[in-house]
Design a protein around this ligand. Structure first.
Ligand code: 5AD
Ligand code: SF4
Length: 470
């Protein structure tokens, strides 16, 4: 597809801004500013999308509330990655029949990945009559127009077109804090891992123009943001669709060259595309955090093939070895799926032994969840649920031991941390993050929030470090 067909035309975006202005004028005439609530499920990409939805709502004259009973507009940004996530959303949407009964002009909107599944959108149409607006991931930028249609009495609106997806530049944004920011560098996924629904609901890979990304980072740095995370389903294939001879490592260097005092993180990296050039770039760029999320999914070659992952155990371990040689301090995390269809007891042991070999700092573990329409959902899956649960438990216990050991090794060291907020654990006053992204609980003055400090690590648990400012 041509670039001009991938970018949402500026005239379309201008029309949305015009609708925002008209709604804002109407809202300004009301005795009090109307309130909106945006609730987000799922991954960081959804968080980033929700910040854009809040941006559009603010332009339409809304303030924000956390109380669904007083909200004039509720937007629920849904996730489809596992069945559990979808069921949780549906349960909460069902509960909104009560708030709507008490406040009949409340407008309830659903968006995000689950709404991009035709069967789910149909279920909402039939069985969730209190939902006024459903819009898919591909038309996020059209939210002002769609909301206006509902508010003008246009009835229920469903807009979930199938599409390869586009890029809407320059949408307004309300960021969730003054220190950490998400920057989407690309959207969609081309990998079709056999268990994953993302390529179906988020469309094909499309990269933002590098100058746009660098400009956004420049603005964030100037505004004082200190922790910037570049987001994409698979950031390592950034640029392949641009034809500019710029890959992700090149983009990292460009972002690293932006003046300012900030750290760059990024996720997610697919091991099949994590190049030596990327590792060398991470080592060479002083602003790039020593942190990598490199989902392995399984330690067994047959399972990896069935997952369509395009690497094997040996290649993955070799990557980790080469990365650690270049960035010895690297904090490494991963995703694992337990109970992929057909995974045997022996194959699962390979995942445990991979954990022992790699020794991740932390792990995100999931039991396989069949997603309708994906190849894995049709594969024979003989292992009983109880056995999968037992395997899951063993995996978690092993990783907890490793995480605790890795954390214990920090005790006695003094590290740079970014103090990022007040602590609500009841025992410490502040929270902070190491450059590698580890959570540190510590005591200190509130004035330290938003600054880099040096912290001596005095204790550790499975989940976090404890320390004091020095
Ligand atoms: N079942 C279980 N886990 C899944 N993931 C993606 N799809 C599924 C599924 N159908 C996990 C993968 C991925 C992470 C974001 O979610 O581990 O890396
Ligand atoms: Fe899903 Fe695989 Fe794409 Fe990640 S790389 S979003 S797991 S299909």
């Amino acid at each position: 597809m041509k670039r001009t067909e991938i970018l949402v035309p500026e005239a379309e975006l201008a029309r949305q801004r015009e609708i925002c202005r008209a709604l804002a004028a109407r809202n300004a005439a009301r005795p009090t500013r109307p309130l909106a609530l945006v609730d987000t499920y799922g991954c960081q990409q959804n968080e980033a999308d929700s910040e854009r939805i809040r941006g559009m709502l603010r332009e339409m004259g809304y303030d924000f509330t956390a109380d669904e009973r007083e909200a004039d507009v509720i937007v629920i940004n849904t996730c489809a990655i596992r069945e559990h996530a979808e069921m949780r959303v549906l349960g909460n949407v069902g509960a909104l029949t009560h708030t709507k009964r008490a406040k009949p002009d409340q407008v309830i909107c659903l968006c995000g990945c689950a709404m991009q599944e035709p069967s789910r959108a149909e279920q909402i149409r039939r069985s969730f009559r209190h939902v006024d607006l459903v819009f898919g991931t591909h038309v996020l930028w059209k939210f002002p127009e769609l909301l206006a249609r509902v508010l003008e009495g246009g009835g229920r609106v469903f807009e979930t077109p199938e599409s390869d997806g586009k890029i809407a530049e320059g949408l307004p944004v309300v960021r969730s804090g003054p220190l950490k920011a998400w920057v989407s560098i690309m959207y969609g996924c081309n990998n079709f891992c056999t268990y994953c629904i993302v390529p179906y609901v988020r469309g094909r890979e499309r990269s933002r123009d590098p100058e746009r990304i660098v400009q956004e980072v420049r603005e964030l740095a100037a505004a004082g943001y200190k922790d910037i995370t570049l987001l994409g389903q698979n950031v390592n294939s950034y640029g392949k669709d641009l034809g500019l001879d710029i890959d992700f490592a090149d983009l990292l260097r460009m972002v690293n060259d932006v003046p300012g005092d900030f750290l760059i993180r990024f996720m997610t990296s697919h091991p099949k595309d994590a190049s030596q050039k990327l590792f060398e770039t991470m080592a060479a760029c002083e602003k790039v955090a020593p942190q990598l999320h490199l989902p392995v999914q399984s330690g067994n070659d047959r399972v990896l093939r069935a997952m369509n992952r395009h690497y094997d155990r040996a290649a993955y371990l070799d990557e980790v070895r080469r990365l650690r040689a270049l960035v010895p301090e690297i904090v490494l995390t991963s995703d694992i799926i337990v109970g992929f269809p057909g995974e045997t007891a022996e194959e699962f042991e390979d995942t445990l032994s991979l954990l022992e070999e790699v020794r991740y700092d932390a792990l995100f573990t999931f039991i396989f969840s069949p997603r309708p329409g994906t190849p894995a959902a049709k594969m024979p899956d003989p292992m009983p649920k109880e056995e999968k649960n037992r395997n899951f438990q063993r995996l978690v216990e092993l990783q907890n031991r490793i995480s605790a050991e890795k954390h214990a090794a920090y005790v006695g060291r003094t590290l740079r941390v970014l103090v990022d907020g007040r602590n609500d654990d009841g025992r410490h006053t502040l929270t902070a993050r190491t450059d590698g992204g580890r959570l540190v609980h510590l005591d200190g003055p509130e004035a330290a929030i938003g600054t880099w400090q040096r912290a001596e690590i005095t204790g550790a648990s499975t989940w976090a470090l404890f320390g004091r400012l020095v």
